[in-house]
Design a protein around this ligand. Structure first.
Ligand SMILES: [Zn+2]
Length: 408
């Protein structure tokens, strides 16, 4: 096979030049198919077996699972002996970016541009930069060198609801399921093993409008809404007393009252009111359980008016993550970087990989401060150390004889 791929900066330039904005607003949503094809082309050239799977009902969006497997796994696969294919490492990144405002940038967001020791472009830090580095790190590797499978996972729609990560459960081949996963979200190459989850809920109260001069003419939605607000504040205090984790900068679950709208005129009985809240659970708190508790409490507080309440989720929500500090990939990350694993304030695709049985580390070259910002960039001096770091993980989990990380 010819391993004549472009050099690292050229790989990144091509990824940046291929727009893949994802957004819940259909006007801005582009799909990631072309980035996936680009990566699959390169990885096939490097000897990886590439599986591209479209998201259900969305041909322009896809995940890529590219695997380089040791010979033993190939025969195991032929024998359909699924256990033999376990162990190994997945390097994971999302291929989509957030939308951008080109007029606020100093250079074209879709043209990689180098100045002052930094590479500028949409996705350099979050996180096409990592994907280019991952391809660079596996250049020249041959299946014969591996003792366990090496997987590159490139996903769709991380920035707009994580539909790509959620689709993996259906499409991940059972014969190759690495035990360890590294997600290259921007952490300035410091290891991260936990984050909070995220839920956004809309609480709607239906009333009936009428002339304000006579309360009998309608049913005011704002009055039960005031009970909803008070109940939420009480619940928030209870959650705060019940759950605490000092490893987070904000060591308790948060509940934010973010948006409220109701009524239209002072002299009309308010016919409907809606409140949007954001809830960020700590690891150990299950989103489904919280939703049920929210419903029970509000129905209890509203009494007879409970039938006027509807609750809907504004997003699927993201579960919290906690990979134990003792997990092999966390221990190795602490050793290779010299930094203790920490918690971060942003959510990632990690909980979905954890559900597939992987220990997940979040560690990537970018700086979170410049993600989702005009003039997003990646420091050139980060490139080489990042490649070395990724190769360290690959050597440990896919190439060394001694530790057998096969699932028990
Ligand atoms: Zn990201």
């Amino acid at each position: 096979m010819g391993q004549e791929l472009p050099d690292l900066k050229q790989l990144l330039a091509e990824l940046i030049a291929t727009p893949s904005v994802s957004s819940v607003d259909p006007q801005h949503d582009q799909g990631n198919r072309e980035v996936i094809e680009l990566l699959a082309g390169w990885l096939e050239e490097l000897g990886f077996d590439c599986q591209v799977t479209s998201l259900p009902g969305q041909a322009h969006k896809a995940n890529l699972i590219a695997a380089l497997e040791p010979a033993a796994v190939d025969s195991a696969r032929a024998d359909n002996a699924s256990d033999t294919g376990r162990g190994g490492l997945a390097l994971c990144g999302h291929t989509d970016t957030v939308p951008c405002n080109p007029e606020l940038w100093q250079s074209d967001p879709f043209t990689l541009s180098e100045r002052d020791g930094r590479l500028y472009g949409l996705g350099t830090t979050d996180m096409k930069g990592f994907l280019a580095l991952a391809v660079e790190a596996v250049k020249g590797l041959a299946a014969e060198q591996l003792t366990a499978p090496l997987v590159l996972l490139a996903s769709a729609d991380e920035e707009s609801g994580m539909a790509g990560a959620r689709a993996l459960e259906q499409s991940w081949p059972t014969y190759i399921r690495p035990r360890q996963a590294l997600i290259g979200e921007p952490t300035a190459n410091s290891p991260v093993h936990m984050h909070k989850g995220m839920m956004m809920e809309a609480l709607h109260i239906a009333g009936r409008s009428g002339h304000s001069s006579n309360p009998e003419l309608g049913r005011n939605a704002l009055e039960p809404m005031s009970r909803v607000l008070q109940e939420l504040l009480d619940w928030r205090e209870e959650l705060r007393a019940r759950y605490r984790d000092e490893r987070f900068a904000v060591p308790y679950p948060t509940l934010n009252l973010g948006h409220i709208h109701g009524g239209d005129n002072p002299n009309r009985i308010c016919g409907s009111a809606e409140l949007h809240i954001d809830l960020r659970p700590l690891p150990g708190m299950a989103p489904e359980q919280l939703r049920a508790e929210l419903r029970d409490r509000l129905q209890g507080a509203l009494g007879d008016a409970a039938t006027d309440l509807t609750i809907r989720s504004l997003s699927v929500g993201q579960p919290p993550l906690e990979t134990p500090r003792s997990a092999p990939i966390i221990e190795l990350a602490e050793r290779l970087t010299g930094h203790p694993a920490k918690a971060v304030a942003f959510a990632t695709e990690a909980p979905y990989l954890a559900e597939l049985g992987m220990d997940v580390l979040v560690l990537g070259p970018g700086d979170i401060e410049c993600a989702h910002q005009p003039d997003e960039s990646l420091a050139v001096e980060r490139l080489q150390p990042s490649i070395e770091l990724l190769r360290g993980f690959i050597r440990h989990f896919c190439m060394e004889e001694a530790p057998n990380h096969a699932a028990g």
